[in-house]
Design a protein around this ligand. Structure first.
Ligand code: GLU
Length: 505
C-alpha cells in the first residue's frame, strides 16, 4: 500500500476570538504537516448559527497572518476540495444524512424539548439511546406513513445516529495509544436539525474530513470524548479504510497547575490568552492580545511549541524551521501542560537578544519619535545596543532610555540624598574642566584621563561616578558612565554637569 499523503486541518468555530490553546493546536498541525511534507487545511466550522460571532473568522485569519502560519488550502486560501466554510456546504451534508437514513444507520426523531424534559424527569440519567429510543416519538416507533405525514406537515425534527449497544470502540490515538470505550455510554447523537437545515458539528466534521482527505486529526483533548462517536460514523459510512489517525493534545492548565486555563486566569494574573486584542462588540470589553502587548510572533510560537511537547534535549530556542525538524507528535505528553506565562515573557526577552540591534531599533525608533525626539537611526541603534538586554519588551526601552535623548529636568530625591555629597558640586565642576580638555571623547579616551585625575586627587571613585551619573541621568541606575557620556558627546555632557551643579548646589 502506498503511503497516504499527509493532510491535516485546523477547523475552528467562529464563536469568538481564537484562544491561545487553539493557536497551539494549529501550530502542532502545522509542524506535523511540514515535518511530513503534507498539507494543512483551514476550515471554518460555522454550523451552529446561535454561537456565530461576527468578526471572529477575520480575527482568526489575521492571527495566523501575524504569527506567520500559512495554510495550504481553505477559507481565504482557496483549494481544490470545494468550499471550506461549512455554512456554504449545506447540500453536501444533506446528501450524507440521507445516506445514513437510507442505510438504517440513522433515524428521524420528532420529540419536542418539552417531551424530552418529561422523559428526563421520569427516568433518572435519561439518555436517548438503544434502551430508550423505542419509547420515543421517532421513525423507529411511528409508521412510515405517519413519519412522512409529520414531515410534510412541517413538524420540526432531528436526525439521530443509531448507536448500537454492547460494542467496544477503539480509538487509535498517536499520543494516548489505544483508547477504548463501550458504545453503551454514547447516546444517539443529533446529526441534523430540520429547524435550520444544518448538520451538527459531528456530522459536518466527519463528512468534511473525509471529503477533504484528511489523514490526521490533531486537536485539543476536549474533543477526545467525541472521538469514539466519530469512529462509529466513519464505519457507518463505510470509510474505515481512510479514517484519519487521531492525536488529542494535552490540555493547557492554569499557571498554578490545577484546572483548565481560562480567560479569567489571564485577567487575574495579567497575561493575554488571545493572539490579538479582541473587542467584544456586545459588551464593549477589550481583551489583551499577544501582539499588542509587545510579543514577537516567533517568541509566542516557540513558547507554545514547548507546552505539551519537548525535544528531549536542553534546547529551548527554536526557529519555526528548527521546530519542524525536531517535532514528533508521538512525544507529546498525555498530561496537561501548565501555562507558565512567565516563561513566555522570558522567551520574548531571548528573542530581543537574538534579534539584531538594527531590527530592534526599527521597532524602537517610532516610540522615540512619538516622544518628540528627533534623532538618527544610528543613535537609536546605539542605545538599543547598550540597553536591550535589560528589557522583555521593546516598549519597555523608552522609560529606561529616555535620558539618552532628553536631559533630566528633575533629580531623584532619594539618590540625591544618598549620592550628592557636600563636595559633589566642587568635584563635578573640576570634572567638567577635565572633560573639556579631552579631545578623544570615546569611552577609552575619557576613562584613562578621568581615572588619572581621580587618583591624583585621592578622590573616591564611587563618589565621583555616582554624582556624575546623577547629573547625566537624573537617577542612580543605568549603563556604564562613559558609555553614557561618550554617547551624549562633550557638549551635552558638560551642559548636564553644569545644570546639575546649578540645581543641586
Ligand atoms: N470546530 C471544532 C473546534 O472549534 C473542531 C474540533 C475538531 O478539530 O474536530 O475546535
Amino acid at each position: 500500500m502506498t503511503e497516504r499523503q499527509v493532510r491535516v486541518r485546523f477547523a475552528p468555530s467562529p464563536t469568538g476570538p481564537l484562544h491561545i490553546g487553539g493557536v497551539r493546536t494549529a501550530l502542532y498541525n502545522y509542524l506535523f504537516a511540514r515535518r511530513n511534507g503534507g498539507k494543512m487545511v483551514f476550515r471554518i466550522e460555522d454550523t451552529d448559527s446561535r454561537r456565530f460571532v461576527p468578526g471572529a473568522e477575520e480575527y482568526i485569519i489575521e492571527s495566523f497572518k501575524w504569527l506567520g502560519i500559512k495554510f495550504d488550502e481553505g477559507v481565504s486560501y482557496g483549494g481544490e476540495h470545494g468550499l471550506y466554510r461549512q455554512s456554504e456546504r449545506r447540500d453536501i451534508y444533506k446528501k450524507y444524512v440521507d445516506v445514513l437514513l437510507n442505510g438504517g444507520k440513522a433515524y428521524i426523531a420528532f420529540d419536542t424539548p418539552e417531551e424530552l424534559d418529561e422523559k428526563r424527569k421520569e427516568i433518572a440519567n435519561f439518555q436517548y439511546d438503544a434502551h430508550t429510543r423505542m419509547q420515543m416519538r421517532n421513525s423507529l416507533t411511528l409508521s412510515k406513513e405517519t413519519t412522512t405525514r409529520l414531515i410534510e406537515e412541517g413538524q420540526q425534527y432531528v436526525v439521530r445516529f443509531k448507536v448500537e449497544p454492547g460494542e467496544e470502540i477503539h480509538v487509535d490515538d498517536m499520543i494516548r495509544g489505544d483508547v477504548c470505550v463501550k458504545s453503551d455510554i454514547i447516546d444517539d447523537k443529533v446529526l441534523y436539525k430540520s429547524a435550520d437545515e444544518l448538520p451538527t458539528y459531528h456530522l459536518a466534521n466527519i463528512v468534511d474530513d473525509h471529503l477533504m482527505e484528511i489523514s490526521h486529526v490533531i486537536r485539543g483533548e476536549e474533543w477526545l470524548p467525541s472521538a469514539p462517536l466519530h469512529v462509529l460514523l466513519y464505519r457507518a459510512f463505510g470509510w474505515e479504510e481512510t479514517m484519519p489517525r487521531f492525536a488529542h493534545l494535552p490540555l493547557l492548565l492554569k499557571p498554578e497547575g490545577k484546572g483548565k486555563l481560562s480567560k479569567r486566569d489571564g485577567d487575574r494574573l495579567g497575561f493575554p490568552v488571545f493572539p490579538l486584542e479582541w473587542h467584544d462588540a456586545k459588551t464593549g470589553e477589550v481583551s489583551a492580545g499577544y501582539r499588542e502587548t509587545g510579543y514577537f510572533p516567533e517568541a509566542v510560537l516557540n513558547f507554545l511549541a514547548l507546552l505539551g511537547w519537548n525535544p528531549g534535549t536542553e534546547q529551548e530556542i527554536f526557529t519555526l524551521d528548527e521546530l519542524v525538524k525536531a517535532f514528533d507528535i508521538t512525544k507529546c505528553s498525555k498530561s496537561g501542560a501548565k501555562f507558565d506565562y512567565q516563561k513566555g515573557i522570558w522567551f520574548n526577552h531571548e528573542y530581543i537578544l537574538k534579534k539584531s540591534d538594527t531590527e530592534i531599533a526599527k521597532l524602537f525608533a517610532p516610540i522615540v519619535a512619538n516622544n518628540g525626539v528627533d534623532t538618527s537611526m544610528e543613535r537609536v541603534t546605539q542605545v538599543v545596543h547598550m540597553m536591550k538586554d535589560r528589557v522583555n519588551f521593546v516598549h519597555e526601552l523608552w522609560s529606561l532610555c529616555s535620558f539618552f535623548f532628553i536631559a533630566p529636568t528633575e533629580y531623584d530625591q532619594k539618590t540625591v540624598k544618598k549620592r550628592w555629597k557636600d563636595y559633589s558640586a566642587r568635584q563635578m565642576a573640576e570634572l567638567s574642566k577635565v572633560l573639556r580638555d579631552i579631545d578623544d571623547f570615546s569611552i577609552e579616551g575619557q576613562e584613562s584621563v578621568v581615572m588619572k585625575w581621580v587618583e591624583a586627587n585621592d578622590y573616591k571613585l564611587g563618589d565621583v561616578m555616582n554624582a556624575f551619573r546623577l547629573a547625566l541621568v537624573g537617577i542612580g541606575k543605568g549603563p556604564g558612565m562613559f558609555d553614557i557620556s561618550s554617547f551624549l558627546g562633550k557638549e551635552e555632557t558638560l551642559k548636564r554637569l553644569h545644570a546639575a551643579i546649578e540645581a543641586l548646589g
